[in-house]
Write a protein that binds this ligand. Sequence first.
Ligand code: NAD
Ligand code: LMR
Length: 334
Amino acid sequence: MVKAVVLGAAGGIGQPLSLLLKHNPLVTSLGLYDIVNTPGVAADLSHISTPAKVVGYLPADDGLAKVLTGADVVVIPAGVPRKPGMTRDDLFKINAGIVRDLATGIAKNAPKAFVLVISNPVNSTVPIVAEVFKQHGVFDPKRLFGVTTLDVVRASTFVAEVLGDLSKAPSITVPVVGGHSGVTIVPLLSQSSAALPADFTQDARVTLTTRIQYGGDEVVKAKDGAGSATLSMAYAGAEFAEKIIRALRGETGIVAPSFVHLESDPASGAALKKEIGKDLEYFSAPVELGPQGVASIKPLGALTPYEKTLVDAALPELQTNIDKGVSFISASKL
Ligand SMILES: NC(=O)c1ccc[n+]([C@@H]2O[C@H](COP(=O)([O-])OP(=O)(O)OC[C@H]3O[C@@H](n4cnc5c(N)ncnc54)[C@H](O)[C@@H]3O)[C@@H](O)[C@H]2O)c1
Ligand SMILES: O=C(O)C[C@H](O)C(=O)O
């Protein structure tokens, strides 16, 4: 029995993500929460002939507490998306408070749930959730994940495009590490499971790396004011949620990159800090998942000199983003 909950379920990501979770036979109960429209979304999804029982709540009548009760996995895509010209950090002003309030609800009603944060800026919203949990005395770093899967999905697709064969995309894996914004997104193309062409130049590698780093901007620009990636994000979020669900059901050997607290597995987290040469609290790295959440954080492995410069360039911005999330909660009255 697995109860999955989507907070922000009526939004651009929330609706297709809820559809994909309803389609997943491992989900037996699906709770939807938003400040608008969840009864309609829930009624619609509830007619689909798959096992999950669907319920939808609004804030009235303690809806947040009700939807979270019994949750095993909580996915958070609530918050505003970017418009052209904005950075993810520009969303902090609105989304930080939304994520803080939802995290407070989780801390009170589902403190043992696995929490998957999609709301941007992920590099700051994940620390916000952690700090709220700490203030409520329920923080378990193993159970908190920033969802960076869309970067991994993009990297697989773009490498398959370079190889001229999109049918390879589902089987290509490229670790993408660091964080989830601009320069903090670091694709390790040298570790792609499908080798790039032998004549692939350094210029082409830089272009491909930049495309992965700024894939989000490509969508924001194409949507021209109507938001950011929703459908590809729903796909990526559902893929990551399924990995989490399989791990919590006892399946072993599942590895996926995610933005995690480096104390989630102290030994491998300390080794990663040494590898990157900085005492960061959070970093996105390939994580081995287990029934308790983070089982271990994998090393980045051998990097090319170019990839090393990318990691070095990511570190100061990551530190700033993390500090911003942490200070937001230390300055907030919960
Ligand atoms: N991690 C990633 O890779 C990634 C990818 C794409 C988008 N995002 C982020 O996901 C977020 C959502 O994007 P979207 O396109 O779905 O936006 P959207 O505006 O379409 O949907 C957001 C939903 O959140 C709801 N919401 C707002 N405040 C809420 C609250 N307090 N409680 C519950 N629900 C609330 C809104 O009513 C809306 O339905 C944005 O912050 C966006 O930047 C992250
Ligand atoms: O680009 C955005 O603002 C949304 C998301 O983070 C993405 O990578 O598509």
